[in-house]
Ligand binder design. Sequence first.
Ligand code: ASP
Length: 438
Amino acid sequence: MRKVLKFGGSSMADARQFAKVKSIVEADPSRSVVVVSAAGKRFQEDHKLTDLLYLCHAHLQYGVACDSVWQMICDRYIEIRDQLELPTDLETEFAELRQKMDRGISQDELVSRGEYFAARLMADYLGFAFVDAAHWLVFKMDGTVDQEISYENLQRAAGGRKIVTPGFYGAMPDGAIKTFTRGGSDITGALAAAALDADVYENWTDVSGFLMADPRIVKDPDPILQITYSELRELSYIGAQVLHEGTIFPVREKNIPLNIRNTNQPDAPGTLIQESFEEQFVPDGRFITGIAGKKDFSVINLTKNGMSNEVGFLRRVLEILEQYKVSVEYLPSGIDSASFVVETARLSPCLYQILGQIEREIKPDTIHMTEDMAIVAAVGRKMVFQPGSSGRIFAALGENGINIRMITQGPEELNIIVGVDNRDFEKAIRVLYDNFVR
Ligand code: ASP
């Protein structure tokens, strides 16, 4: 059994957090590969090391002295080292890096040092081998990860050893350091898990997994214990909190479960994300995995007698929207009517051109617009096993005075999506939560 763990910035923020990481890693001998972020914030007003490094680079770029920022960076890591009484020789490396900064250093290389030093310290603290990400994670010339070579490199570099490797960066074919976009250590962790065929990828952060609804809307929502990749995609598409985009792909491809855990609450099970779960019924009656939504959609409603017999009707409308680069989110339709649900922000700049063109080219009997609509989605793989789930959802919303302006359900019965007035958005989410989760 081999587990790959990734610890985010808040888990690396200071010596106390390092100690938590150590006890988590040591609690399970199969936790043998550790990927780390740079030190994050210790308290609300604190700075992330990565932000300080970007700031430092900006100073260099504009020829402004960066010494005070640089000192803050060095001090953070020296403090961790000294408090943990580690032998890591940071001073020599800091001095070398400082010289390189004067000679000229790329932004990617400088900011990657946040992860690099964090990993060096963590390796010494855990007594694991340090494997530099630049030695295994390689990018192709087009900037995408060369998975095949990276996987081989890591297999070779890790061998059977316990290792710590920095997140967030790798090397271009010419050896130049390249970082992912912000938050990219999640991807490094996923790639390491896939490379080593891990049994699980544990992503340790400062929340106990995903929540079933936005805590700004629902008070103390329950965490999601288990969720499939498809459900997660549905929820994140319509506004729920997400992992870094690239994170899911490497582990999903290899069917490796992804477990979001909380360093500050290591006993909580967190959220387990898998391709599927074995279940045929809904023992606790909870058929919803999560609720999410987004405001500010517009709907173009068209009616035309005989529309359903007119070949190419929908295509022609979609082509007009395509010309203006407006993507259609949902498309509920009737026999002689169709509604095109689009994001208001995308539509507004070209609304009148689009309506004019539809009028001229499609010649509908009526066109009318619905504005200020919000989308609320109840997502749940278990809805398939629960007859009447959509009826119950509509009834609950209706009983609470929420006017449903659109209903759609995906063919896999993974979600039920309702359109409500923007002003009913929060209420609709609360009604769904209170009726079907609490
Ligand atoms: N340290 C980097 C950032 O702040 C990468 C990461 O933490 O995932 O974006």
